[in-house]
Design a protein around this ligand. Sequence first.
Ligand SMILES: *Cc1c(COP(=O)(O)O)cnc(C)c1O
Length: 481
Amino acid sequence: MDGVATGADVGALETDSQTVAEWVDAAGRYITSFLDGLEDAPAIGPDLPVDMVGRFAMPPKEEPGRFDVLLDTFGDAARYGMETAGPRHFAYIPGGGLVSSAIAELLARLVNRQTALATPAPGLVAMEQGVLRWLCTEFGQPAGAGGLVTTGASMATLCVVAAVRHHRLGEDFGNGTIYVTEHTHHSVAKAARIAGFRPDRLRIVPDTADLRMDVAAATRQIAADRAAGLRPFLLVGTAGTTSTGTVDPLLHLAALARREDLWLHVDAAYGGFFQLTQRGRDRLIGIEAADSIALDPHKGLFLPHGTGVLLVRDPGVLRAAFAEDAPYLRDVGAAAMLPNFADLGIELTREFRGLRLWLPLHLHGVAAFRAALDEKLDLAAHAHDELRRMKGVHVPWRPELSTVTFRDVAGNTATHRLLEQIHASGQALLSSTSVRGQHVLRMCVLSHRSRAEHVDDALEVIRDAASRDSPVTSGVNRDRM
Ligand SMILES: *Cc1c(COP(=O)(O)O)cnc(C)c1O
């Protein structure tokens, strides 16, 4: 063909085993040097210069490239922005990214099995289902419960809102109402919008002084909505809000949902995996009564980004909403006792997501996860105690889980400046939020790599910055970048 000027041979996409071994070697060297560098990597990498954007965004050439050169380009591109894999990442909700999970991912992609339906890969689907069953047990769900591994909690939430709409409201769902608080993650509002609900069908229930859903107010709102001809159907509680890590009163919400015949969904994307610890179970009490639970293994199970989980008491509700019969899939059949994941969610073709969970859990053992999560609760409690002792810092709430919030006593502008100073040190990556009009900094301890020494480094930087009045950072800290 004229268009192919390079004379590439038609077999060029096959790779001989020696070349594969060289690639794996080179990738292995990158992996170890990346991991070795994390301890000393600054929390925030350099800014990406404008001319580099063009270099990284370069379209592919007709001619083949060299693996080592391309690997260098990738490694170079990865240096910019935030070091979200490192131990000094306390912003948003970190997770770290277990290397065992990354290796699992490579292997899962290598065999390239389709796990939409059970028949093409029954052994692999059984592995994934085993992890889901284990999670159901940890969350006190009954024997018939099930779940779905998604790309994140947003996708899990969309699945559940769409399925519960179908289950509870049928085709005429315009009058259905959903109950949240202003601290509920925006993925619920997004899911409601995608599922076809008008914005005012999302009812923002007032919260109490400690930022939890006010159950009495929810009860009144539900009654008023029913009286007005609306159809309350879904109550959303949060097990660890993103801003402050607050847990809604789940036991009371469960009782309310039962009384009012609402579906109780618990967004446990951030806080859910603390269920693996005794203290966490005490704080999340009531979660076992949920009809559905959204989890983010890429947060509290320390997995690389891109893995969420939806657990449901009755997977039949998902099946009723999502199972389709297609003539081109009829010969695939059903495998005994194994779910067809495509029937439980929105996606059809899906990679073998289960290995990302299965390998780390079996390899490290569950006790290692429990211990790491326990440690994060300890570290957050320690950070809270230290912050309370600092001059110039106000700590508005005690952490229930592993998110500590604080602000500069001098107000919003000073708090903003405080964050800039902390970041200039390179020793900690934090983030900010706004609660009741107040600018608040948050330190979320959840990376498996964040240990006592990293938390102490961060606290030292905060202490230093908070005690200084000048808005500009000192040269000493700059040097540590
Ligand atoms: C992170 C988070 C989400 C969204 O999850 P994604 O995995 O980013 O889609 C939802 N709810 C809470 C409480 C979260 O912390």
